[in-house]
Write a protein that binds this ligand. Structure first.
Ligand code: ZN
Length: 241
């Protein structure tokens, strides 16, 4: 029933922009960060995923990301990614703004994806800003602990936003612009705890939330569904016929 109500909202309140977080990828076998079984239950993010750690000990940060990139590249899009790509194809979704770095939205067929926390597609040189594709980075990692920039020799940094780094300006600007133009922001699989991205729904004229467990903005949502992303979004597509 709630999926039917969500389908009606998506049709009525166009344009609809989607905002996704870790909960959209857990069904692909990718652990989230903050739950009791999440990644940060075992390791301290400031030791392995902060810009401070990277500047002090890039090999340690790369040891963490090398394993993570491996997990993410071997994961497959799930029913939630597939449903969102289908909704975009049918003209019901304008774009997907995602906190995820796993590229699964693009791999499922979504065309307009704004990756506000970067992605594992590439690594960047902090000195000359060169961007090196993931395949080349992984090839280097097979032989050395820290991949080097082919242009200036400086250490490459994973292409994801580390703790203590600013979000990529262009991506965040576009995300805010999309949110402001949306009559509905559909939040999927995010507890909206990480700012500034967690504040994006407040920029839209209204927002609905699909998430297992409470979120920071539940009280202000027009519709709140406490359920898995895959089953819910597949039901929305089905309700639209
Ligand atoms: Zn460089």
């Amino acid at each position: 029933m709630s999926a039917v109500a969500l389908a009606a909202l998506v049709v009525e309140r166009q344009p609809c922009v989607v905002l996704t977080g870790a909960g959209v990828s857990t069904e692909s076998g990718i652990p989230d960060f903050r739950s009791p079984t999440g990644i940060w239950a075992d390791v301290d993010p400031f030791e392995v995923a902060s810009i401070h750690a990277f500047k002090r000990d890039p090999a340690r940060v790369w040891a963490f990301y090398r394993e993570r990139i491996d997990v993410l590249r071997n994961a497959e899009p799930n029913a939630a990614h597939v449903a969102l790509a289908e909704l975009e194809r049918r003209g019901h979704v304008r774009a997907v703004v995602t906190q995820n770095i796993d590229t699964l939205h693009s791999r499922a067929g979504s065309e307009d994806v704004v990756e506000v926390h970067g992605s594992i597609r590439s690594a960047q040189c902090l000195a000359c800003l060169w961007s090196e594709p993931a395949d080349a980075v992984l090839a280097q990692l097979a032989e050395s602990a820290v991949p080097a920039c082919p242009h200036c020799g400086g250490p490459l940094k994973p292409g994801v936003v580390l703790f203590g780094e600013l979000l990529p300006a262009g991506a965040m600007e576009r995300a805010v612009q999309l949110a402001r133009g949306a009559r509905l922001m559909l939040v999927v699989g995010s507890s909206l705890e990480v700012w500034p991205v967690g504040g994006l729904p407040l920029e839209a004229r209204s927002f609905a939330i699909v998430n297992r467990g409470p979120t920071a903005l539940d009280a202000r949502a027009v519709l709140r569904i406490d359920a898995g992303a895959g089953e819910t979004l597949a039901a929305v597509v089905e309700a639209l016929g």
